[in-house]
Design a binder for this molecule. Structure first.
Ligand code: C2E
Ligand code: CA
Ligand code: CA
Length: 544
């Protein structure tokens, strides 16, 4: 019922009840004494009309009372529903903590109420690390459980007067009052949060490990320069600090500092630049020579991505590959580069191989091998000339999938090398179970090579291990003659490094090959060629 209509009804009911009570008093004062007198046998009974009027009166009063009670109940019910609705709008359904809207309003209130310069409010932004993976690997029910557990554990640690909210997804935020001369109280609190949330969450007999990254901003860090409200500004600064904690390796906390804002701006510009650069075809393949150390001849090229950025000039992959991986464009970027490299390599002598680096992110795609094979067919590039380099980090993820991927690539004739060998932690049994074609010894071991130092012993160990696995070797990072000489004692292998030249663009490669008489005679050379590389020969020669 509409409130105005109900109010009028209330009023009518009340008026009827009051009139009935008035009438009751009047009739009762006449009827009751007569009734009493009649009861004691003294007189005639009360007037019948008056008696009826009295009964009608009583009925009216009862009716009014009932109506009043019902209306009151209805009113109470509506108030409760309104209260619940307001609470629902203020709270996050899943965890029962505040939501973004109510938190911001609450924080605004706290900040405007705090006038004492010795006191401040810390906004603590908390973000679960790799939460998407928890969802992907264990399902959404497990994800929800992790979120609820995290909220509960954090809430339990909060001091009086503090508030927790879930801003959405796996992002939480707390407002915690503290004394400006003891920010270490906040350090202590967030350290405990990091420890407590890290305790495994058990879901259907599975223990799920999760860590958090935390950013903190104190209200005494606000300078009033922002166009945002103080609460928005504080939450934004905490978020920037949290982001910094992620960048520094996750599972840690940082207080907001002004330079972080610039870092973030730079990072956002880079992200936008990379997306734009892919569209505008600004990424180009560079090539590094791979040499047969026995003959000194070029036997292959490793394709290394470069970004010809209109704003920044030539950018190295160490800068843009990790970002491209993070923002989900690495596969697109890599496929465009590989397509270009196929076209470039078709102009080389058909015996020269092409190595390409593949990110662990690409290896998570179950269709990866199919994509590569499709590209080979589209570009009519012979599979045996392609060498895929994967790093040891790929092996830690889903070894079963990696194995079947490597197997299907190799079944089509593609070679697969283990890159940066020695920097990861692959076990011997893991290596034995994966059908690699070649190991590339990481350049950190090679550049140090002289004679009789620690690196020599390491390389010695790696070489005898690869001999045991019957895997040929490429040594990367050969920077000078001395290293080359040191390598010679281990027999046949391939090598690459600045000693032979820096990575160069496709045109320079063509000039180099032309001078060496190693250009393809016709484009079809490649397709019909059955030329094989001499990988198997290397180990045999070394063993021999
Ligand atoms: P990587 O696979 O280990 O590539 C070799 C890196 O060492 C290259 O750096 C190369 O320029 C450098 N290098 C070569 N010879 C020497 C030397 O003698 N001394 C020293 N100090 N360095 C040498 P770059 O081109 O900056 O590549 C860095 C890394 O980026 C590569 O390491 C590779 O892991 C990754 N990368 C490059 N292109 C791609 C790509 O298209 N996709 C993916 N996923 N990763 C790529
Ligand atoms: Ca490589
Ligand atoms: Ca490498």
């Amino acid at each position: 019922m509409w409130p105005a209509v109900r109010k009028r009804h209330d009023f009518v009911t009340l008026a009827i009840a009051l009139a009935a009570i008035g009438l009751f008093m009047a009739t009762a004062s006449m009827v009751l004494p007569a009734l009493l007198r009649h009861g004691f046998g003294g007189a005639d009974g009360p007037d019948a009309i008056l008696t009826n009027a009295l009964i009608l009166n009583i009925a009216l009063i009862l009716l009014g009372w009932n109506r009043y009670k019902a209306l009151n109940g209805e009113l109470e019910h509506q108030k409760r529903a309104e209260r619940e609705a307001r609470q629902l709008a203020d709270k996050d359904d899943l965890t029962g903590s505040l939501n973004r809207r109510s938190f911001a309003a609450m924080l605004e209130g706290l900040l405007s109420g705090e006038k004492n310069p010795d006191r401040a409010i810390a906004a603590i932004a908390i973000d679960l690390d790799n939460f998407k993976q928890v969802n992907d690997l264990n399902g959404h029910a497990a994800g929800d459980k992790v979120l609820c557990e995290a909220a509960e554990r954090i809430a339990k640690l909060l001091p009086d007067g503090a508030q927790l909210a879930r801003l959405g997804g796996d992002e939480f935020i707390c407002a915690v009052p503290y004394l400006t001369h003891s920010p270490d109280r906040i350090d202590h609190l967030v350290t405990r949060m990091i420890e407590t949330v890290a305790r495994p969450v058990v879901h259907q007999a599975n223990a799920i490990d999760i860590t958090v990254s935390i950013g903190i901003a104190g209200s005494n860090q606000l300078d009033g320069q922002s166009i945002e409200t103080p609460a928005q500004d504080l939450m934004h600064k905490a978020d920037i600090a949290m982001y910094h904690a992620k960048k520094q390796g996750k599972n840690r906390f940082y207080w907001f500092e002004a330079p972080m804002e610039n870092e973030l701006r730079f990072r956002n510009e880079l992200e936008a630049g990379i997306r734009r650069g892919i569209e505008n075809d600004e990424f180009v393949p560079y090539y590094e020579q791979q040499i047969d150390l026995d003959t000194g001849e070029i036997v292959g090229f490793e394709m290394l991505a470069r970004w010809e950025s209109p704003e920044m000039g030539l950018v190295n992959p160490d800068i843009f590959i990790p970002i491209a991986e993070e923002i989900g464009v690495i596969a697109d970027l890599s496929e465009r580069l590989i397509s270009k490299a196929f076209e470039d390599a078709k102009q080389w002598d058909p015996e020269i191989t092409l190595s390409v680096n593949i990110s662990p992110v690409q290896m998570r795609d179950p269709w990866f091998a199919q994509k590569i094979l499709k590209m080979l067919v589209e570009h009519r590039f012979p599979a045996h000339r392609l060498d895929i380099e994967v790093t040891e980090t790929c092996l830690h993820e889903n070894i079963g999938m990696v194995r079947s991927m490597i197997t299907s690539l190799r079944n089509q004739g593609v070679k697969v090398s283990l890159d940066d060998f020695g920097t990861g932690y692959s076990s011997l049994s893991q290596l034995r179970s994966l059908p690699f074609d070649r190991l590339k010894i990481d350049r950190s071991f090679i550049t140090e090579l002289s004679n009789e130092n620690q690196s020599d012993k390491l390389v010695d160990a790696i070489v005898s291990m690869s001999d045991g696995l019957k895997l040929p070797i490429t040594a990367e990072g050969i920077e000078n003659e001395k290293v080359l000489e040191a390598l010679s004692r281990w027999g046949s292998m391939k090598g690459q490094g600045y000693h032979y030249g820096r990575p160069e663009p496709a045109d320079d490669v063509l000039k180099r090959l032309e001078m060496a008489g190693k250009l393809a005679l016709t484009n079809e050379d490649n397709v019909v060629s059955l030329a094989n590389t001499s990988d198997e020969d290397d180990t045999a020669k070394r063993a021999g």
